[in-house]
Write a protein that binds this ligand. Structure first.
Ligand SMILES: Cc1ncc(COP(=O)(O)O)c(C=O)c1O
Length: 387
């Protein structure tokens, strides 16, 4: 099943030794991703320098962030100048909600079922800026894409669409290409929360029209908390006014000899949205995790995750009393498989007893395997629930 150029057993032994030892089966990337050994090593080395700052050199500051922008750019098909480094998904969502040109009379479309990180910033900005934020009803367990497309088509007041790529509770994936193309054709902004999609799915913003994409790296990108990013389309970087200012957002920030000249000109690239000091150590960890994903190959990772989730869904379809929340069609799902059973709490306890790390969300068992998991681990899950 594995199309990796790497040997999966060797990859697990090297990057996740606790997993190779059998300490746990991590099927919970939708909640928090494990940190690969190479990132842990980099964090340890950086942590030592941080604790004893005389060991820090100039390469430990801005070049760390430059490398991150380049790696993120490679991952999503963007240029480094379109990448804003952030500390979580929420900052990127706020960036969209507070900087896109929206005001009274305008409508931003969202959906019921969204994770609150992609709701509250829009609610708050709607109140502050006077636009209307509307949550469309769900269609099944995901956003009603047909309703979104029809509103885009027929309601000239719609100025932005703000959706998650993949639902955190059902795993339903929306067609970013279809919505993005419809938005682009009508001059409507498309803001995407990508945290549950990027990693198990491949994205190339050169072919998938998205205006602002927000992503924390703590889940499917196997990075420390505090590392994240937003992609902002080139033309928008120049056009938008940052909603918050800070010394590192200014073009003059690189000149440590002239702090007192107070030149308010923004950076010409996406750094203009970065405000102040970024948690370097978390970005060091993210860099190694992203480098690993890029070495494995994002499309091979996608195929690997699909093979594992398909196996889980094949079992769930025949399992007694199991109701699957995740759409079965491959193009409508990503790395999450969610389902209810007649005894969710009991089955969750059985999974815990079998050392399968997972979550229960909105009353359903949520399994979210990734690039380092195996089909043998799926068998452990099936045997544990035993339906
Ligand atoms: C869809 C979605 N967006 C955002 C987040 C988290 O947001 P943040 O990175 O700002 O903590 C989560 C999960 O916690 C999520 O599932």
């Amino acid at each position: 099943m594995s199309e990796y150029p790497h040997d999966l057993a060797a990859l697990r032994a090297r990057e996740f030794p606790w997993e190779a030892r059998g300490d746990a089966i991590h099927f919970d990337h939708a909640s928090v991703g494990p940190i690969p050994q190479r990132a842990r090593d980099a964090l340890d080395a950086y942590g030592l320098k941080r604790a004893e700052p005389h060991r820090l050199g100039m390469d430990d500051f801005f070049p760390v962030l430059d490398r991150a922008r380049t790696l993120v750019g490679k991952l999503v098909g963007a240029s480094a100048g379109e990448v804003v480094l952030t500390t979580n998904t929420s900052w990127g969502v706020n960036l969209a909600a507070y900087s896109l040109p929206l005001g009274p009379g305008d409508i931003v479309l969202g959906s019921q079922g969204e994770f609150p990180a992609n709701v509250y910033p829009w609610m708050s900005a709607a109140k502050a800026r006077g636009f209307t934020y509307e949550l469309l009803p769900l269609a099944g367990t995901g956003p009603d894409v047909a309703a979104v497309l029809s509103r885009i088509d027929q309601d000239p007041r719609v100025k932005a669409v703000a959706l998650s790529w993949v639902s955190f509770w059902s795993g339903a994936r929306i067609d970013l290409g279809a919505i993005g193309a419809a938005c682009r054709a009508r001059g409507i902004w498309f803001a995407v929360d990508a945290i549950q999609g990027l990693g198990p799915l491949v994205l190339d913003v050169r072919t998938t029209p998205v205006d602002i994409l927000s992503c924390g790296a703590q889940k499917w990108l196997c990075s420390p908390w505090g590392a994240g990013f937003a992609y902002m389309r080139h033309g928008l970087v120049a056009a938008l006014e940052p909603p918050a200012a800070g010394w590192l957002a200014q073009a003059s920030s690189g000149d440590f000899g002239r702090f007192l000249d107070y030149d308010p000109a923004w950076h010409a690239d996406a750094r203009k949205f970065e405000v102040g000091t970024i948690p370097y150590q978390d970005i060091v960890g993210m860099n190694e995790a992203l480098a690993l994903l890029l070495e494995l190959g994002p499309s091979r990772v996608e195929a690997h995750v699909r093979a594992i989730t398909t196996e889980l869904l094949d079992w769930a379809q025949g399992a007694a009393g199991v109701r699957i929340l995740t759409p079965l069609a491959e193009e409508r799902r990503a790395g999450i498989v969610a389902f209810t059973t007649p005894d969710v709490d009991g089955d969750s306890a059985k999974l815990r007893a079998a050392k399968v790390t997972h979550s229960v969300r909105e009353g359903a068992i949520r399994l979210s395997p990734h690039f380092h998991n195996t089909l043998q681990e799926v068998e452990v899950v099936i045997a544990a629930i035993g339906r």
